[in-house]
Design a binder for this molecule. Structure first.
Ligand code: A2P
Length: 312
């Protein structure tokens, strides 16, 4: 029996009551020439209504212009951007700068990109979208006078007409527990965006976050640059057996696990086909779910934030 691919425009409901399309377009590394502009336009034309960017991606200008030029009403698109680490002590200013670059009045979600504050002291040219490096060669991480709980408290105070919701990214369970138990906490993060794919299934984080009403979002769902997950033999075999692409297999697996998934592509045909998912036969779903226990975990994004240790 052949399987049924359907255009997946399903939404899920966040702890704010807002809905978010379960598949969104990732835009990390889409910044050369018109890549981000063209891919966002292609995505909106294909039926995506969820675009994910970040100040650090250096593409907010293109992303915002594409949303505005697309003809899709603003209120129909869920737009997420992220606070870069160098601006954790000036959150309100950072948000205004992101909105200015995007050319939008508000974002649907504003995420703390990492639970790490970077100092601005070594930046000489005014470009804050960098990782400042000390003469010693180390990253200029500030854990002496600041922490992510203080940043979160500033985020909680952002005007609601400019940010519909606030959340986090690259946070561990312990990091979120620290936020929730801080005396100044008034807001449960709407989401936690983390690296997640068959070789990094994040099962414990997924269960824990969802039990707290914090939606998980998968970045690098295909394994990041050049989509290494798609070359796994098991994925190729499942794709062949079901007559779909390897990317559709992996994206369908994410969808079936029940969180938001953000495949990145700058290729219009891939952008379009990545929106089509199907229900994996149980056996195939389990094969993919077991991959990391057989092959070992793979984490692509693991910056050295010493002395801050992420993911624990
Ligand atoms: P490109 O952007 O050149 O189309 P991730 O979402 O895990 O970060 O993966 C991004 C990588 O996966 C990019 O190199 C992207 O290439 C590639 N990619 C995205 N969709 C597909 C697809 N359907 N088939 C093959 N590669 C894809």
């Amino acid at each position: 029996m052949s399987i049924q691919l359907t255009k997946n425009t399903k939404t899920v409901t966040l702890n704010t009551g807002a809905t978010i399309p379960q598949i969104g377009l990732g835009t990390w590394q889409a910044k050369h020439g018109n890549e981000a502009y063209d891919s966002v336009l292609a995505a909106l034309k294909s039926g995506y209504r969820h675009i994910d960017t970040a100040a650090k991606y250096d593409n907010e200008v293109q992303v915002g212009k594409a949303i505005r030029d697309s003809g899709v009403p603003r209120e129909e698109v869920f737009v997420t951007t992220k606070l870069w680490c160098t601006q954790q002590q000036e959150v309100s200013k950072a948000l205004d700068e992101s909105l200015e670059r995007l050319g939008l009045d508000y974002v649907d979600a504003y995420l703390m990109h990492w639970p790490v504050c970077l100092r601005q002291d070594t930046i000489k040219d005014g470009n804050l979208m960098v990782i400042p490096i000390l003469p010693s060669g180390k990253r200029d991480v500030n854990i002496d006078t600041w922490n992510f709980v203080k940043t979160w408290e500033l985020m909680q105070d952002l005007p609601k007409d400019k940010v519909r919701s606030i959340g986090v990214s690259n946070f561990s369970i312990n990091n979120i527990k620290d936020l929730l138990k801080s005396p100044g906490n008034t807001t449960v993060p709407v989401m936690n965006q983390v690296e997640m794919h068959p070789l990094l299934p994040q099962e414990e984080l997924l269960q824990w976050c969802h039990s707290k009403g914090i939606y998980l979002e998968a970045y690098s769902p295909l394994g990041s640059t050049n989509a290494p997950i798609l070359s796994e033999q098991e994925i190729i075999d499942i794709a062949k057996r079901n007559d779909v692409t390897p990317a559709q297999v992996v994206i369908s697996w994410h969808v079936q696990r029940g969180y938001v998934v953000l495949p990145k592509s700058i290729t219009p045909a891939r952008i379009e086909s990545n929106l089509f998912t199907f229900t994996l036969p149980q056996e195939d779903f389990e094969t993919i779910s077991k991959l990391s226990s057989i092959k070992g975990e793979m984490r692509n994004s693991k910056p050295d934030w010493d002395p801050f240790v992420p993911f624990i």
